[in-house]
Design a protein around this ligand. Structure first.
Ligand code: GDP
Length: 485
């Protein structure tokens, strides 16, 4: 995410870091480097100029004072960080729920921005929070938009109100109105209304959006923006804001090679906060937007908080409790436990994405390794363990040659893959024993010593290329990240 911008920020600060004393000229130099980095990333000129002058206005008068501190460059870095958080909106903004249910959320934006996908992502997120959302199919213009919404709804078990087939047939205002009424009758506490977009902001799009808005009086109008489009997206948001109005922005396609222009300009230009971010095509590729976490990523500090939350969510409940009590009671850590860990890791989503949240993930060597990291390796490792009998999982010592050959065949891997997994597992088991006997630290969240990047060699493996985590005492990725930061 915003790799090139992030690399330029890092390079600007690396030249400042070596200096024991920072002069006004140094400040000019770094701000001019930051200025061109932001402009190269397609951030609006007005936003860049006010950002740079804010930094100078704050830093210049206190330069003498800052130079007395042990780390003046860190003080400048902190100012830049705070200003960056500021242009990203300052504090996080969350959905305002209606006093009387249902809360109505209207999704607007250009065609292809990711509204229909977002409707599903948002519905899943809200459902996971204990809500009972319903989706309303009012994009009756784009071919297959209604079917797409129905499929998304089915995949997350959220009902879809779709009385019209779409593809140019049906009155979206009527559907929106009926949908909200239906939701209230059926006691859904949230209604998400998907609307049609256009290729550009035009009078017809605005008129229809206004009609729908007036008919259903939404609690939140969210404008969905494709972050890859850059400043054009910001301009269309501005036009829509002036013509129709909206409450908050959702940025989509942040997983692509978006340069940062839309994300960094939109709040300042439209005066509206960014509420959510979509980072992929899957229904789980959805995050709440936190300005401070985004600033941290742009500045190369990673996003440890999100990573820690993902770990905590995945390992919460039974798995973590069972594994921890096993560890505490001195029971052997078995391949069945390993399987439970792999399941939990799968729940965390893409490892590449998660590891990308580590500090320095955008920097040269680590970035290259991450690009080569193969997410599907987790599934392949799981297949090997699943091909073992309960006895083999409990006691890998019984794994003789013929058993290994059978497992390799059953999982579609090479015997060398099975060998390498067993070897790493035995090593991890040994390490856990040592830790238990007081030669290591207690794990947080999950037992330590597991292979951090489940890999086996083979045709599709990236042996030798996967990022090797620094030797860490913790098996918890978030904790390891904290250790290395
Ligand atoms: P709509 O016309 O606004 O309803 O747009 P869609 O929801 O149909 O999305 C348009 C295309 O963008 C589809 O191919 C989606 O799979 C894709 N898409 C949506 N959100 C994201 C995202 O966050 N990342 C990526 N890579 N693709 C996305």
């Amino acid at each position: 995410m915003f790799d090139s911008l992030s690399a330029k920020f890092s390079s600007a600060f690396s030249s400042l870091r070596g200096k024991g004393r920072i002069k006004a000229g140094d400040l000019d130099e770094i701000t001019s480097e930051i200025r061109s980095a932001l402009l190269d990333s397609d951030v609006a000129v007005s936003v860049v100029d006010s950002f740079i002058s804010q930094i100078k206005e704050r830093a210049l008068p206190q330069l003498d004072e800052l130079n007395k501190s042990t780390n003046p460059s860190q003080a400048i870095f902190n100012i830049v960080n705070e200003e960056l958080v500021g242009i990203l909106g300052g504090t996080a903004r969350r959905i305002r729920y209606a006093k009387k249910a249902p809360t109505v959320i209207l999704l607007t934006g250009l065609q292809g921005a990711g509204k229909t996908s977002l409707a599903g992502k948002l519905a899943k997120y809200l459902k996971d929070q204990g809500n009972t959302p319903i989706l309303v199919a009012c994009d009756l213009a784009r071919p297959n938009a209604v079917t797409q919404l129905q499929l998304v709804g089915d995949s997350i078990s959220v009902p879809v109100f779709a009385p019209e087939p779409g593809n140019g047939v049906g009155d979206p205002v009527r559907v929106a109105k009926d949908g909200v009424k239906f939701a209230a009758e059926k006691l859904h506490n949230i209604v998400i209304v998907d609307t049609a977009g256009r290729l550009g902001i035009d009078a017809q799009l605005m008129a229809q959006a206004k009609q729908i808005r007036d008919a259903i009086n939404p609690d939140e109008v969210l404008y969905v923006v494709d972050a890859m489009v850059g400043q054009d997206a910001v301009r269309s948001a501005q036009a829509f804001g002036e013509g129709v109005g909206f409450d908050a922005v959702v940025l989509t396609k942040l997983d692509g090679d978006a340069r940062g222009g839309a994300a960094l300009s939109i709040t300042q230009i439209t005066n509206k906060p960014i509420m959510f971010a979509a980072t992929g095509e899957k229904v789980t590729d959805f995050d709440l937007f936190y300005p401070d976490r985004m600033a941290s990523r742009i500045l190369g500090l990673g996003d440890i908080q999100t990573l820690a939350e993902a770990t905590k969510n995945a390992f919460d409940g039974d798995t973590a409790a069972k594994l921890e009590s096993k560890f505490a009671s001195g029971e052997d850590f078995t391949l069945d436990d390993f399987l439970a860990q792999l399941e939990a890791m799968k729940k965390m989503g893409s490892m590449t994405k998660l590891l990308g949240m580590l500090p320095g993930a955008n920097s040269g060597a680590m970035k290259k390794q991450l690009e080569q990291f193969d997410d599907t390796e987790l599934i392949r490792t799981q297949a090997i363990v699943q091909s073992m009998t309960p006895l083999e999982r409990r006691d890998p010592k019984v794994l003789n040659g013929s058993r290994r050959a059978r497992i390799a065949k059953g999982s579609g891997r090479a015997v060398s893959d099975v060998n390498s997994l067993v070897e790493r597992f035995t090593g991890a088991q040994k390490m856990m024993k040592q830790m238990r006997s007081g030669k290591g630290g207690m794990p947080a969240g999950m037992p330590p010593g597991m292979p951090q990047f489940p890999q086996t060699s083979g045709a599709n493996s990236n042996k030798g290329n996967a990022p090797k985590a620094k030797k860490s005492r913790s098996g918890n990725p978030a904790k390891r990240a904290a250790e290395s930061s």
